[in-house]
Design a protein around this ligand. Sequence first.
Ligand SMILES: CC(C)(COP(=O)(O)OP(=O)(O)OC[C@H]1O[C@@H](n2cnc3c(N)ncnc32)[C@H](O)[C@@H]1OP(=O)(O)O)[C@@H](O)C(=O)NCCC(=O)NCCS
Length: 146
Amino acid sequence: MIVVPARMDDLPELLVIESASFIQPWSRGSFLSELRKMPPSLYLIRREPTACILGYICFWPVADEIQMLNLAVHPDYRRQGLGHRLMAFLLDQAEEKGISKVLLEVRASNWAAITLYRSLRFEVLYRRPGYYEPDGEDALVMEWTG
Ligand SMILES: CC(C)(COP(=O)(O)OP(=O)(O)OC[C@H]1O[C@@H](n2cnc3c(N)ncnc32)[C@H](O)[C@@H]1OP(=O)(O)O)[C@@H](O)C(=O)NCCC(=O)NCCS
């Protein structure tokens, strides 16, 4: 498995995984804006350099913390350790940059993701009531401190 920065020509595959993964998927414009960032903010995982995209993660270093903005694994490849691998990549990046705090938001009912984050020592900081559109579900803000 390799984790590499996403490129413009990865966009169609990213959009397929995104729309299969979220009620309110990121738009094409949101992905384009991430794909233009330097240093890269969007990384994908694939088995080898020319193989299909299995998942991706998006995160921004902001001052002395990292904000994780998106994470998804193709529905056909879940429960194979890929989400864990992408999060481990983020935590390695944090360590490399000397950053000891990572924040993320997750739907309160998203047990798959919450279980994954807890397994990596993320803890719930607080709840944001009615945060998500279109259904008004609460967000949990989770934090990892190295
Ligand atoms: C959340 C998501 C990224 C997890 O990816 P994944 O590759 O399936 O996760 P992994 O295989 O690395 O799982 C690692 C651990 O997380 C937990 N986990 C993952 N999926 C789970 C599920 N459906 N139910 C319970 N625990 C789960 C388990 O502890 C798992 O370890 P195990 O398989 O040894 O029991 C994936 O389910 C997904 O893309 N969901 C839709 C998008 C999404 O919700 N993204 C998160 C936004 S905050």
